[in-house]
Ligand binder design. Structure first.
Ligand code: 5GP
Length: 207
């Protein structure tokens, strides 16, 4: 068997996988994803649309596309988002055009979305992509509370609301393919990295 034909038997990089990383606000999804993307080639981040106000350390087009409610509603009406949710009064959605272009570029896409958005994708799937569902969380709500407080991007009231949502989100954990515990950043990065690498080593089933 020639080398090339052996390689064709596995999924490889850009084999059309969407890695969905979910978990409560404050779990450290952004930090873990960022580090994994630095370490592994061929991953592209899905920049969501949101109507939430931009935080001072966020960059439009890098962290989110910050848009108005009116613009968001137009996107939904024109079917330009593959899923969307309202999270604590603001809208968030995944761009259809962006994830399509990632696939065309021969890369895999990594999404950072909430549990309700993931559940919608579990029901309807994503054409062109196999989806891997990953739940990322610290090992307790206490640690989560401390992280949110340390991050300091929300008011006390907003943090409380996020913790209530978090407790609810934890109940959906059994629906996911993988669970990454982020008590230690290096460990969580290594775990997520292993998941991506393992999925890329999968043999393409031709049965
Ligand atoms: P934050 O306001 O902290 O940036 O995000 C709040 C929540 O919205 C997080 O759990 C984040 O993962 C989620 N989120 C961000 N973008 C999207 C999206 O496009 N779709 C969905 N369903 N959730 C999103």
């Amino acid at each position: 068997m020639l080398n090339e034909s052996i390689i064709e038997h596995r999924r490889g990089v850009g084999g059309g996988v969407a890695f969905i990383v979910c978990g409560p606000s404050g779990a450290g999804k952004n930090s873990v994803i960022e580090r994994v993307m630095e370490a592994l080639p061929g991953l592209s981040y899905s920049v969501s649309f949101t109507t939430r106000p931009r935080r001072s350390d966020e960059v439009d087009g890098r962290d989110y596309h910050f848009i108005t409610d009116e613009q968001f509603n137009d996107l939904v009406e024109n079917d330009e988002v593959v899923e969307h949710v309202t999270y604590l009064g603001h809208q968030y959605g995944t761009s259809r055009a962006q994830i399509k272009s990632v696939f065309a570029d021969g890369k895999d896409v990594i999404l950072n979305i909430d549990v309700n958005g993931a559940k919608k994708l579990m029901e309807r799937g994503l054409s062109d992509f196999s989806i891997v569902y990953i739940f990322l969380t610290p090992s307790s709500l206490e640690i989560l509370g401390t992280r949110l407080r340390e991050r300091g991007t929300e008011t006390e009231k907003q943090m409380e609301a996020r913790l209530i949502v978090a407790a609810e989100e934890m109940k959906s954990m059994p629906l996911f393919d993988y669970l990454v515990i982020n008590d230690d950043l290096n460990t969580a990065v290594a775990e997520l990295q292993s998941i991506v690498v393992s999925e890329r080593c999968r043999v393409i089933s031709r049965k």
